[in-house]
Ligand binder design. Sequence first.
Ligand SMILES: [Zn+2]
Length: 70
Amino acid sequence: MFQDRQGGGGYGAGPREEHEITCSKCGNKGTVPFKPMEGKPVFCRDCFREERASRGGGGGYGGGGGGRRF
Ligand SMILES: [Zn+2]
């Protein structure tokens, strides 16, 4: 009855794809688990954390602080 599915599993299974980036802030090279957008600044893990911490005011995802909807 049960068949081993190879390559299935959906999200959460398998290794994450890492993309090489050069940090726009400190210039260090690193990898990110998402695909960096062209033309947009990309940060290494450390700077990403910093940016996120300094930018968000503790609102979390879609906190909606400005009332501006994208
Ligand atoms: Zn950096």
